[in-house]
Design a protein around this ligand. Structure first.
Ligand SMILES: Cn1cc(C(=O)NCCN)ccc1=O
Length: 118
């Protein structure tokens, strides 16, 4: 995913290291399976219509690697988009809905721990 929105500043690895670490933890989580790659719009009826801005962990990783996040905010916005989309499309008591709630709780916890360190 290379695109025009590349960040102007040189890719200061150090600045984005916490995001890469955090993203790796999200991807390794046992409940990450619904979010690892883009939802297949052709095989999930209604998804394209209901979810205006699909997002997933693989796409976020691509954007990180291509230095497309200008600041912390944009990274957080995309991660939260994954969980908000999930809550919008899936019942809370569904398999994927439950996985989304668990992943969001895990992310919020790790994000605060990471921030408190700084
Ligand atoms: C996040 N999410 C994922 C799926 C899905 O089918 N993922 C493929 C898992 N292999 C369907 C709806 C949804 O909201």
């Amino acid at each position: 995913v290379s695109c025009a929105k590349r960040a102007k500043t040189p890719n200061s690895e150090l600045l984005f290291l916490p995001f890469r670490v955090l993203l790796a933890e999200l991807e390794a989580h046992q409940d990450a399976w619904p979010f690892l790659s883009p939802v297949k719009l052709k095989s999930v009826p209604g998804y394209r219509k209901v979810i205006k801005k699909p997002m997933d962990f693989f796409t976020i990783k691509e954007k990180l690697i291509n230095n497309m996040y200008l600041n912390q905010e944009n990274f957080i916005i995309d991660v939260n988009l994954v969980f908000d989309n999930c809550q919008k499309f899936n019942e809370d008591d569904s398999e994927i809905g439950q996985a989304g709630h668990r992943m969001k709780r895990f992310f919020d916890k790790r994000w605060t721990e990471l921030l408190r360190k700084q």
